[in-house]
Design a protein around this ligand. Structure first.
Ligand code: SAM
Length: 299
């Protein structure tokens, strides 16, 4: 008998937290294990690396997942409720792509992208299109133009795994019972009470002024948004919820930058080593710290 795969993200996502998982998991609040926390809220879901890593192990946990990107919410709902139909459609796209030569692959990619941007397709078709584009597009980015059209170019991977049925089925089981919504992070407020754990992983504050962050172009997240989020997080704290928040550490670029230290003063602020790709030509690759901020624990 083969053991079922552990749940993992099915999307490639800029800022995906897979690398930081051990640090995040070792800092989860103790109330999750003893049952005093009964709800998990994640307002910046993306590929959901932390959700998949721990939540399915805790069967009674009430999970409320949100992202401002409506297409993300759609794809999660389809994986959750219509995974076999999704596998059929995505499998067909994957086969067509796998059988094609380079020129035909490119043509197929742009044809699917056009269909995706015309909207109107039924949810399963749209989810299959998005997953196909996510696996075959450049770098797993989700980028849109000013009109909201998905505009990521073809990625030219030699042998992309487009349809992974076991991974999708496991994700579907992991999502059973979860609620997935589209909206601004503030829309998660109603779900939070004093027995809730909230993990927040907002778009990074760019490390340098010049680092351009195009991945979330429709949902700009500048310093004003970071400040609005800090106000929101303080309200969650006052409500008695436990929270953990991750972000880039501006001190990687400027040791005197105390932007987040000031915003989150009074909470446990840790700097943990992370390695991540900051820009696409690789110049920003290397050892950087990540900020982890919590209102509990603190070693
Ligand atoms: C750093 S990513 C989260 C990555 C995620 N932790 C993972 O493991 O893949 C940030 C996410 O926030 C979403 N987002 C951007 N602005 C938002 C807003 N105002 N409210 C809620 N979500 C937002 C983006 O669509 C993106 O998926």
């Amino acid at each position: 008998m083969t053991t079922p795969p552990t749940p993992r993200p099915f999307l490639k996502w800029a800022g995906g937290k897979t690398q930081l998982l051990p640090a995040l998991i070792s800092r989860l609040p103790p109330g999750l294990e003893d049952g005093s926390i009964r709800r998990y809220v994640e307002p910046f879901l993306g590929s959901g690396a932390l959700f998949f890593a721990f939540a399915p192990r805790l069967p009674g946990l009430d999970c409320r997942l949100f992202d401002a990107n409506e297409e993300i919410a759609l794809v999660y709902r389809v994986v959750q409720a219509r995974v076999e139909e999704l596998i059929d459609r995505l499998g067909a796209l994957g086969e067509a792509y796998g059988d094609a030569d380079e020129a035909d692959r490119e043509a197929l990619y742009y044809a699917v992208r056009d269909r995706f941007n015309k909207d109107g397709a039924d949810p399963v078709e749209r989810a299959a299109q998005l997953l196909f584009l996510n696996r075959t597009g450049y770098n797993g980015l989700y980028r849109t133009n000013a009109g909201g059209g998905y505009n990521v170019p073809h990625g030219r991977y030699r042998n992309p795994q487009i349809c992974r049925p076991a991974l999708l089925r496991t994700a579907s089981q992991a999502l059973a019972g979860a609620q997935v919504g589209a909206g601004d992070f503030a829309a998660s407020a109603d779900a939070v009470d004093d027995r809730t754990f909230v993990y927040l992983d907002p778009p990074y504050r760019p490390l340098t002024r010049t680092a351009s962050f195009t991945a979330y172009s429709r949902h700009r997240f500048g310093d004003e948004e970071q400040r609005r989020l800090a106000v929101y997080v303080r309200a969650l704290d006052e409500r008695g919820a436990r929270f953990m928040l991750s972000n880039s550490d501006p001190r990687n670029a400027d040791p005197g930058d105390d932007f987040f230290d000031a915003l989150y003063e009074g909470f446990a602020i840790e700097r943990v080593p992370a390695r991540r790709m900051i820009n696409r030509n690789g110049a920003g690759r290397g050892k950087v710290n990540e900020l982890l901020i919590r209102n509990y624990g603190g070693d």
